[in-house]
Ligand binder design. Structure first.
Ligand code: PLP
Length: 453
């Protein structure tokens, strides 16, 4: 039935990544140079990324082989388990069959090492000595720090100031792995200095931290930049998750009717759903696919589909994506990994094509869902993953109302062991919902570049 043959190693780890670009009915809009307004070429990206990753970024090959050394590292936590949430089904008294793929089994507790290891590997191959990156709450920073340690590379992490001060545990983990962690905005870069000159008390944002990390890489030939989400090659590396799920569903003699993932930049969602969406696009299946985002940062559900920068200081090329504007700073929701102004171009494109759906949930209902899940299944979810759970619960209750049994699969992208303060606050009644920040978004969108408009 499947025209893609997923090649699994003896221990059932996929030996290839699946590139959805090969199955798109319409190609992705090109990445644009902000100065010339023309599409950029591989050489334009060479100061920032190793050529192997740039070629993956634009590849139209359906299947890309995973290097042996990366596979060997994957073996430590892959394949990740697929669980049937039987106790949750019972509590909900639903005829739905609820499954979750659990990425919290990686050493860092999330899906992020799946790409961190691959990125560190290709950089090492091309002689790079140091990686620079940004991190919000610290999940990506800890994944890349670990991968850098595995491959013998240095790692420089710009951590959003508010998290650096308020969530020190992930920073401690990054430093344990040997990374150097700097609060952003910092005085180490021109981008950081410019922000601090305007506002010495700036608490930072992902967009600002990206500017700093990109600047450091652009200025040092031995340093290259790594991004934990959004880019095509990052989403590509995550597709081991969905390929494993396909194999595991076959073993369970079932198949999902609905697949759900939370979306910050889009990587854990894409990793799970792309192999399934590829089947949909090739006309083999008709699985519903739902992306879930926070109402405080609703790029897919409220942001226009437009060319925008990936960072605040406008150092990156322009990509076409659903965006809230590169200067938008979302409210301090606990799902730090979902506070990015844009969405992966591939995810944005699939929404445009009608291949996926998108919904937004408020903070309190996601925590209510996460707590209900924890009581039934025992795993304390990352606040980001609570968004996927909230949508899964809603679909399960819809099954109950309609009296039909559907198989629902969601990605439990990580555990919440570093987010216990958020759960303490939730139980103390201190968490609040944030209204859709109409005015700030309008202001940020007013600054959208005119390229390709
Ligand atoms: C980073 C993160 C996310 C959000 O990033 P995506 O690229 O959208 O996946 C979601 N869940 C967890 C656990 C994360 O660490």
């Amino acid at each position: 039935m499947d025209t893609v043959k997923y090649i699994l190693s003896d221990d059932r780890i996929p030996r290839v990544w699946y590139n959805i670009q090969a199955d798109l009915p319409k190609p992705l809009p090109p990445v644009m140079h902000p100065g010339t307004g023309q599409p950029i070429g591989p050489d334009d990206l060479a100061p920032l990324f190793p050529m192997a990753l740039i070629m993956q970024e634009v590849s139209q090959e359906r299947i890309i082989e995973i290097p042996e050394e990366v596979l060997n590292i994957y073996q430590q936590w892959r394949p990740s388990p697929l669980f049937r949430a039987r106790r949750l089904e019972k509590v909900l008294d639903t005829p739905a069959r609820i499954y979750y793929k659990y990425e919290g089994v990686s050493p860092c507790g999330s899906h992020k090492p799946n790409t961190a290891v691959a990125q560190a590997y290709y950089n090492k191959q091309e002689g790079v000595k140091r990686l620079s990156t940004e991190t919000g709450a610290g999940q990506w920073g800890s994944a890349l720090s670990m991968a850098a340690a595995f491959l013998g590379l240095e790692c420089k992490v710009f951590m959003v100031r508010v998290s650096y001060d308020q969530k020190p545990y992930r920073r401690g983990m990054m430093e344990a792995y040997g990374a150097s962690v700097t609060p952003s905005p910092s005085n180490e870069t021109e981008s950081g200095k410019a922000i601090l000159a305007q506002n010495p008390d700036s608490t930072g944002s992902l967009g600002i931290a990206i500017s700093e990390a990109v600047e450091v890489a652009a200025k040092d030939p031995n340093t290259k930049y790594c991004l934990g989400s959004v880019l095509n090659h990052v989403l590509l590396h995550q597709t081991v998750v969905g390929q494993e799920a396909i194999e595991q569903f076959a073993m369970a003699d079932d198949y999902p009717d609905i697949i759900i993932g939370c979306t910050g930049g889009g990587s854990n969602f894409s990793g799970l759903v792309f192999p399934f969406v590829g089947r949909n696009l090739r006309g083999e299946t008709e699985t519903r696919v739902i992306a879930v985002e926070p109402t405080a940062c609703p790029s897919l559900t409220k942001g226009p589909y437009a060319y925008d920068f990936g960072d605040t200081a406008h150092l990156t090329p322009l990509v076409k994506m659903h965006t809230l504007g590169s200067t938008f700073v979302p409210a301090g929701i606990h799902a730090g990994g979902l506070r990015y102004h844009g969405m992966a171009p591939l995810v944005s494109h699939l929404l445009q094509l009608g291949a996926i759906e998108a919904v937004a949930y408020n903070q309190l209902e996601t925590f209510a869902a996460g707590v209900q899940f924890a009581r039934a299944e025992g795993i304390l979810p990352a606040p980001e993953a609570n968004h996927a759970i909230a949508a899964a619960l809603k679909e399960a209750l819809r099954c109950k109302k309609e009296g039909v049994s559907r198989a629902i699969l969601f990605n439990l992208s990580g555990h919440g062991h570093f987010d216990v303060q958020a759960y303490l606050d939730y139980h103390a009644g201190k968490l609040v919902d944030y209204e859709y920040p109409e005015e700030e978004i309008a202001m940020a969108l007013a600054g959208l570049p005119s390229v390709g408009a």
